[in-house]
Design a protein around this ligand. Structure first.
Ligand SMILES: CC(C)(COP(=O)(O)OP(=O)(O)OC[C@H]1O[C@@H](n2cnc3c(N)ncnc32)[C@H](O)[C@@H]1OP(=O)(O)O)[C@@H](O)C(=O)NCCC(=O)NCCS
Length: 250
C-alpha cells in the first residue's frame, strides 16, 4: 500500500500546483490565480498528495520507487519544456539564487533516485469548485498523467461533491470539452447530466463545451448515494495499491 492524503491546497504546494496545471492543461491558472483561490472563502481547492516515504513501510517505498520510475520516463520527455517552465516559475516566485524552486520542492518530498527528475513533488491531483449561491461550480479537476486510471480522479470528484453537500449546496455544475471522453465518463459515473452546450467555448481550438449538472445534493437519498460512492472510491484505490490517509481523509 502507498499512502495518499486528500487535503486543501497550502502555500507550500503552490509551485507544484502550477506545475501540475501546466502538465494537465498547458497552464490554465497562474501562481497568482492559485494564490487568489487560497484566499477566497468561496473556493474549495483540494489536492491529492502522495505521502512521504519516511512514513511508509518498505513495500510502500518499493511501490513509490516503481511509480517514481514511471514518472521519470514521462518527465524525461518533458525535460526541455520543464527547464523553460522552471525558469519562469523561479522568476515568478522571486526565489533567491541560494534557494531554487527545485530545492524548495525537495523539502516537500524525498529525493528521487535520478538527478534529472523535474520538480520532484508528491502532488498528483488538483480539484476545485466555487460556491456560488446554492451551486458548486467545478472549475478544475486534474490528475497527473502518470497517475491516471488508478481511481484518483474519482476520489477527487467524490471529495468535491461531498464537500459541496456538507456546505449545504444544492447542485454541482461544470463545463467540459465535447471531445473529453475520459472526463465525460467520470462525470456520468457521478450522475452528471447534460444540460446544454456552449458553442465554440474554448478559444484554443474553438471546441464546444458541454454544460453538465448534478442536482439533488441535499435530498434525503443523496446521503446514501454518497456512501455508495465512498465505498467504490475506497475499493478502487485499494485495488490500485493506494490507501487514503485517515488523518487527512475528508
Ligand atoms: C479526467 C481525469 C481527471 C480522470 O482522472 P483519473 O484518475 O484517470 O480517473 P479514474 O481512474 O478515477 O477513473 C474514474 C472513471 O473515469 C472514467 N475514465 C477515466 N479515464 C478514462 C479513460 N481514459 N477512458 C474512459 N473512461 C475513463 C471511467 O469511467 C473511470 O471509471 P472506471 O475506472 O470504473 O472505468 C484525468 O483524465 C485528467 O486529469 N484529465 C486531464 C484534465 C481534464 O481533462 N480534466 C477534466 C476537465 S473538465
Amino acid at each position: 500500500m502507498t499512502f495518499l492524503a486528500l487535503q486543501p491546497l497550502s502555500l507550500d504546494l503552490l509551485p507544484a500546483a502550477v506545475a501540475l496545471d501546466q502538465r494537465c492543461f498547458g497552464g490554465l491558472w497562474t501562481l497568482d490565480g492559485y494564490q487568489r483561490e487560497l484566499e477566497s472563502p468561496n473556493s474549495e481547492l483540494l489536492v491529492v498528495v502522495e505521502k512521504a516515504e519516511g512514513r511508509l513501510p518498505k513495500a510502500s517505498a518499493d511501490r513509490r520507487q516503481e511509480t517514481g520510475d514511471r514518472r521519470q520516463e514521462a518527465e524525461g520527455a518533458r525535460e526541455a519544456e520543464g527547464a523553460k517552465e522552471q525558469k519562469h516559475l523561479d522568476s515568478t516566485l522571486e526565489i533567491s539564487p541560494s534557494e531554487t524552486l527545485r530545492e524548495q520542492n525537495s523539502k516537500l518530498s524525498p529525493p528521487r533516485s535520478t538527478p534529472h527528475t523535474l520538480l520532484p513533488t508528491p502532488l498528483v491531483g488538483l480539484g476545485c469548485y466555487w460556491a456560488i449561491l446554492e451551486e458548486a461550480h467545478i472549475t478544475m479537476l486534474a490528475i497527473d498523467p502518470v497517475y491516471q486510471r488508478q481511481g484518483l480522479g474519482q476520489t477527487l470528484l467524490y471529495a468535491l461533491i461531498a464537500s459541496a453537500h456538507a456546505r449545504g449546496l444544492e447542485r454541482a455544475t461544470l463545463e467540459v470539452r465535447v471531445s473529453n471522453a475520459s472526463a465525460l465518463a467520470l462525470y456520468q459515473k457521478f450522475d452528471f447530466r447534460e444540460a446544454g452546450r456552449r458553442r465554440r467555448y474554448y478559444p484554443d481550438n474553438g471546441e464546444d463545451a458541454l454544460v453538465l449538472w448534478r442536482g439533488g445534493i441535499q435530498t434525503p437519498e443523496f446521503s446514501g448515494r454518497l456512501r455508495d460512492w465512498q465505498q467504490q472510491v475506497y475499493d478502487r484505490l485499494c485495488k490500485a495499491g493506494w490507501q487514503l490517509d485517515i488523518d487527512s481523509d475528508r
